[in-house]
Design a protein around this ligand. Structure first.
Ligand code: OTU
Length: 625
């Protein structure tokens, strides 16, 4: 019988060898990335040495359970491409009264089929407005109203024991203005002044602002805010969110420490907030610069050495070319798919799938070892981030089209089914975005008959185009906008809060009762989730667009293994629509709809009811008798 003590020793030695193997590869990469970013910056050698100390120490402190996870993920790096994957997102307080309350909801998460849970930033924030948690005062403490850091660790463990990965944000572009670093900077400590972008006069801010974009113009114009002592500090978002100065290598080192702290807490998916903004350069938009990528790759290298189980999720809501530029196995393995999200809503408003179809044809593929996170709506606004050139190719004026979509989704367009709320209307540029829950945007709130059908249609896309589907929890029971949120202090001026309602307990109770609207919707959502889990064709990201010849019907094939593809047809129109046999020529034969069990002979064409979609697989071809 083997000596159990020796088994332990050899595990530790095996682990060390694995660590050293990773270090040998990734340290080289880290060095060359930092050299490329920082050149001969005098602070680089110290920052690099300290970062390498950090990764060693962090790995030594990593729990046995997480090291085991590291091993399992390294053996199966495409784990997130599985058709079993399903994400959910919620606020700990609004959804469950705090982080411990989330643990009590695990049975529900399992019932729904979640394999990853994104908990909105639960960290310590300033009093009052904290941008929904995106102004972080400490990455190592929770907001005391939500729980403690040990509660978050315990949640991660409990989720993992139930097959669910914990996702949290890394709000790394900025800290809150009351973070300890920021306070020291404001007090004049030169070390910490270099952690931010601080200027004594308007000269530099004026020059930067010639080319930067305004993100929250309702809060302050431009990209800078002035402190009481006259100092100007870079704040891309709210005045209390100060952008970190990554041109200082000490900032990279400091934030690598916060990143690894979260990794060792048990975070498996790290949502990299606002990635486009992390590098600034005079004369540019200071978004999506090459150094932003190098920095992400350097963080990725740090993570690969010390916590390889953790993956990065890029949050870039920008031009689709730029969104895709962050998606690489050695940068961010996952990315939100804002284009599919926005164009799903676009197609519902126009009853025309051409833009969506074009995006799926030309912009859906991601590099091997990466995947999209497909969502229908988030805690944020919907921005119409399609490429102007894609619209122009279809003869659509992008400016007028965005204006139409904003009017449509804020209910200003006569006859619109949607009840969204305008967000950050900028009178100077005419730009605006839209807030609201899926149900309210889709027509539930206005009483439009198509509401339930549109919610399912939108989620059917997120579940079937390839990537991880992400449900904003509450959407699956048809939760409406909560205008009361705007009466809470600090939330009055941020319309995104209407789309951040509290846990809809009544609707959740009704979910098992098919005589209620919540029950009907939930039952169908559950069924779609179940189908996705049963059929391998939903995994991975390969997709081939099928031109249905009908601008209201979207069509695509998911190849699947063994040459048995899944054929999706989806009607974005408000009336029955038809695909003629000609368009289905190459798919001829009898196909069974997974959703309804109906059988279609494609040689006769297909007619779909309003908002109907079918998930078809070819029937076994039985020998002619
Ligand atoms: C993110 O969003 C978060 O999702 C928001 O909730 C935060 O307010 C913000 O960062 C600041 O931390 O502008 O309207 O291209 O578009 O990061 C939402 C990325 C946002 C930005 C995005 C930002």
């Amino acid at each position: 019988m083997p000596d159990p003590r020796l088994g332990h020793v050899s595990t530790i030695e095996g682990e060390r060898r694995e660590f050293e193997g990773r270090l040998a590869v990734e340290e080289k990469r880290l060095r060359s990335l930092l050299a490329e970013i920082y050149g001969d910056h005098p602070g680089l050698p110290a920052a690099l040495a300290s970062t390498l100390d950090l990764v060693g120490a962090s790995w030594r402190e990593r729990s046995a359970e997480l090291k085991d996870l590291d091993r399992r993920r390294s053996a199966q790096p495409d784990w997130f491409e599985s058709n079993a994957m399903l994400g959910g997102v919620c606020y700990a307080d609004l959804y469950a009264g705090g982080v411990p309350g989330l643990q009590e909801r695990i049975p529900y998460f399992r019932e729904l089929g979640l394999t990853y849970l994104h908990v909105m930033p639960p960290f310590r924030t300033p009093e009052g407005n904290s941008d929904g948690g995106y102004a972080v005062s400490s990455y190592r403490e929770l907001n005391p109203e939500l729980g403690t850091i040990d509660d978050l660790r315990a949640l991660g463990e409990a989720l993992r024991a139930n097959g669910i990965s914990l996702a949290v944000d890394f709000v790394f572009n900025h800290t809150a203005s009351d973070h300890e670093w920021a306070r020291r900077a404001a007090a004049g400590d030169p070390v910490y002044r270099d952690f931010y972008w601080m200027f004594d006069s308007r000269e530099q801010p004026d020059r930067f602002e010639e080319t930067t974009r305004e993100i929250f113009p309702d809060d302050h114009p431009g990209s800078f805010v002035q402190l009481a002592d006259g100092t100007w500090v870079w704040a891309s978002f709210h005045s209390f969110q100060w952008d970190l100065n990554y041109s200082n290598p000490a900032v990279f080192r400091a934030m690598a420490g916060e990143l690894l702290f979260l990794a060792n807490l048990g975070v498996e998916v790290l949502r990299m907030d606002a990635v486009p903004f992390i590098w600034k350069q005079l004369g540019t938009s200071s978004e999506n610069l090459p150094q932003a990528h190098l920095l992400l790759q350097a963080f990725n290298a740090v993570c690969r050495i010390a916590a390889p189980a953790m993956v990065f999720l890029s949050e870039a809501i920008v031009h689709p070319d730029d969104v895709l530029s962050y998606v690489r196995p050695d940068e961010c393995q996952l990315s939100y798919n804002p284009l599919q999200m926005a164009l799903t809503w676009e197609a519902m408003a126009t009853r025309d799938v051409r833009m969506l179809q074009g995006a799926l044809a030309d912009r859906h593929r991601t590099p091997a070892g990466t995947a999209w996170v497909n969502y229908v709506r988030s805690h944020d606004d919907i921005g119409w981030t399609f490429a102007d050139e894609d619209a122009a190719r279809l003869g659509i004026d992008p400016f007028l089209h965005r204006r139409f979509l904003n009017d449509y989704y804020t209910g200003r367009f006569e006859g619109s089914f949607a009840r969204g709320v305008a967000f950050q209307f900028n009178p100077r540029t005419g730009d605006s975005r839209v807030s609201g829950t899926t149900a309210s945007l889709a027509g539930y709130e206005s009483g439009d008959a198509g509401g339930p059908g549109r919610v399912l249609l939108a989620y059917s896309l997120a579940l079937s185009t390839g990537g991880i589907p992400l449900i904003y929890l509450g959407d699956e029971v048809g939760q409406l906008n909560d205008y009361g949120q705007l009466e809470v202090e600090g939330r009055e001026d941020d319309s995104r809060w209407v789309g951040r309602p509290v846990h809809p307990s009544r609707r959740y109770e009704e979910r098992v009762d098919p005589s209620t609207p919540a029950g009907r919707l939930f039952g169908r959502m559950r069924w779609l989730i179940e189908l996705r889990r049963r059929h391998g064709q939903f995994g991975g990201g390969d997709l081939v667009v099928l031109d249905t010849g009908n601008p209201r019907i979207l069509g695509y094939l998911r190849p699947g293994a063994e040459g048995r593809p899944l054929l999706v047809l989806a009607n974005f129109g408000d009336y029955p629509e038809r695909v003629e046999p000609l368009a289905l020529n190459r798919q001829a034969g009898r196909w069974a709809d997974l959703v309804t069990d109906g059988v279609y002979d494609l040689r006769g064409g297909v007619t779909l009811a309003a908002h109907e979609f079918v998930w078809l697989v070819q029937e076994d071809v039985s020998p002619v008798g």
